[in-house]
Design a protein around this ligand. Structure first.
Ligand code: FO1
Length: 325
């Protein structure tokens, strides 16, 4: 296979790690990232796209590495001013970050699509790797706790993922239209990689758009996921607790069951080698390697090794198919 076309589906922090690995790999020139927009929300009248911005800020090297989101060397004077006016300020938006949200909101108000606006922001931050929202429609993820539905950011940031949840819904996803750019990208892909992002609210929100799921299912690409679970826990974020709250186990086998019918391969951590047989019994090939991504070298290594393995699997299965014909 010469220069395979790779598409990464990614959420925020875990997704950005894989995106950075992809950007640093030899596959970067023929790759694109589809970012989750289910976490998007309105603050102070501005449209904020946390996962898309986390991807762009990470890939440009301008992310606050300690927090994993927002820009480094931030100040918070605008937020302080808004607090004095009585606005809710639990969503910590920095002064430099505000420029992104003001640009995005102005452009959307002038009639630009989210795809065009995202391209504009990615260009301003000097990215070559295309970052695409799955749809130009609104598809807010909502979380059910304390007897009512709440926005994702209210659950995640204001309530610090503490409430016991009993439901997740992807509002508007069923009716949403995937963008032509994303459908073309997926159809042309040789490999589709699901990042080690939250399978329920990050990858789940992208896959909740029927056209996206169907296009992936109908594509000839080898579809694989990197598991966010290591030893039954996530490195960061509430995916483990969310899985358990919804009656699923927080491990690779439950993840494989969750993605069954969509993925052909699952990359798991070498500590979880004993999960291999159960996953392969579901018809999903597995590959074990150290999946913890702390520095850029780790990120490049995990993504490159996963993609190389995927290429080997897809050439082996097409050779087998040809031999059977
Ligand atoms: N996460 C937090 O835990 N606290 C915050 O105050 C916060 C602010 C914030 C502002 C802009 C942005 O792009 C992201 C921000 N995040 C914050 C992260 C964000 O809520 C999550 O990373 C994702 O939505 C989950 O993937």
């Amino acid at each position: 296979m010469t220069a395979p076309v790779v598409t990464l589906l990614a959420g925020g922090v875990g997704g950005a790690k894989a995106a950075e690995g992809l950007q640093a790999s030899r596959y970067a020139d023929h790759a694109a990232v589809i970012g989750n927009i289910g976490d998007d929300d309105i603050f102070h009248g501005l449209t904020v796209c946390p996962d898309i911005d986390t991807l762009i800020y990470s890939l440009s090297g301008q992310i606050d590495r300690e927090k994993g989101w927002g820009l480094r060397d931030e100040s918070y004077q605008a937020l302080e001013g808004l607090k004095a006016f009585g606005h809710e300020t639990w969503m910590t938006l920095g002064d430099k970050d505000f420029a992104t949200h003001i640009y995005r909101t102005c452009a959307l108000n002038s009639g630009a699509t989210l795809t065009e606006v995202t391209l504009g922001i990615a260009q301003r931050f000097g990215l070559k790797l295309p970052i695409m929202p799955p749809t130009n429609d609104k598809v807010p993820t909502q979380i059910h706790f304390d007897g009512q539905w709440h926005s994702f950011q209210r659950y995640f940031v204001q309530h610090q993922c503490q409430p016991e949840i009993d439901g997740i819904r992807y509002q508007g996803a069923e009716q949403a239209t995937a963008t032509p750019e994303v459908l073309k990208q997926l159809s042309n892909s040789d490999i589709i990689l699901l990042a080690p992002s939250n399978p329920l609210v990050s990858i789940g929100a992208i896959l909740a758009i029927p056209q996206i799921r169907q296009t992936i299912q109908n594509s000839n690409a080898f579809v694989l996921a990197i598991s966010p679970f290591i030893g039954g826990q996530t490195v960061k974020g509430p995916a483990d607790r969310m899985m358990r709250a919804l009656g699923k186990a927080a491990n690779n086998i439950a993840l494989a069951e969750h993605y069954a019918g969509l993925i052909q391969g699952l990359v798991i951590d070498h500590q979880d080698k004993e999960d291999q047989a159960a996953i392969e019994a579901l018809g999903i090939k597995t590959y074990c390697l150290p999946t913890l991504m702390q520095c850029l070298e780790d990120k490049a290594q995990v993504v490159s090794a996963s993609l190389e393995w995927a290429i080997k699997q897809s050439t082996t299965s097409s050779a087998t198919e040809e031999a059977l014909l």
